[in-house]
Design a protein. Structure first.
Length: 256
């Protein structure tokens, strides 16, 4: 059976040197994605929305400019209902990193092995998905879909291909292909945008009450996350810096 993982990123500051960064997305089989994308596109059409953007919706800008609060809430609720209806067939994966702490705590040599903060999170997300697939038949695999023109699409495809050929990555047989698409044509990327927005808000505003959309997703879907915070980075520092591997080849999965 073939599966797909649609993913997106959120960050603050400069994309090449962010202070914090997250990569999030949803994983499911192709039949489930076909149903999600059909229903999602129908909701967009009813509300005359070309392409869902979480940031724009929450600030009522761009396509949502002038929307009354009631319309905003109704639209969001209909989209969330599409996801909750899938139940545990849908898996949310999230990985975040305090990039400023990473640069401060991990030596230059360690960073050479793990890569940039974006690569650290991307690799961890892919590894989480692939590892969890070990409960499925050995012939099952998954593809990753990234956004065309995001600034990260070419890096993602190059790394994915490299990881699939890495004999030291034990789950490489689960990796299918990594392709790029436009959110307007692939509604799964719009779904990933929702997850990326909510997870980044959660980490960026730690201590605040969890937003309702994220609470609903956590309750209805299977949910997995890892976070490279200061304590985690300190605990992994020695292993990262002493690892024997080439540039960017090290893959680690952090705990929350």
């Amino acid at each position: 059976m073939l599966f797909r993982f649609y993913r997106d990123e959120s960050y603050d500051g400069n994309s090449l040197r962010p202070d914090a960064l997250t990569i999030s997305g949803f994983f499911s089989d192709e039949a489930t994605w076909a149903e999600i994308e059909r229903q999602w596109s129908n909701v967009n059409a009813r509300y005359s929305v070309q392409c869902f953007h979480a940031t724009a919706l929450n600030h009522r800008k761009e396509e949502y400019e002038g929307w009354p609060r009631k319309r905003q809430i109704g639209y969001s609720a209909e989209l969330l209902a599409i996801l909750t209806d899938q139940g545990k067939r849908l898996v949310a994966y999230n990985c975040g990193i305090r990039s400023d702490a990473y640069r401060r705590i991990i030596s230059d040599e360690g960073q050479r092995k793990l890569g940039s903060p974006w690569f650290v999170c991307f690799k961890s997300c892919i590894a989480m998905v692939a590892r969890h697939m070990e409960t499925l038949p050995v012939e099952d695999s998954f593809s990753v879909i990234v956004e065309t023109g995001s600034g990260f699409d070419k890096m993602a495809m190059e790394f994915f291909e490299k990881l699939a050929k890495n004999p030291n990555f034990p789950y490489r047989h689960r990796l299918g292909a990594c392709t790029a698409a436009k959110p307007e044509k692939a509604a799964g990327l719009q779904v990933a945008d929702l997850m990326a927005y909510e997870y980044f808000r959660r980490l960026h505003r730690a201590g605040e009450e969890m937003r309702k959309p994220l609470e609903i997703i956590r309750e209805s879907s299977n949910y997995a996350e890892g976070f490279f915070g200061e304590n985690i980075l300190e605990s992994m520092k020695a292993d990262i810096e002493s690892a024997h591997c080439g540039p960017g080849d090290l893959v680690v999965i952090p705990q929350l």
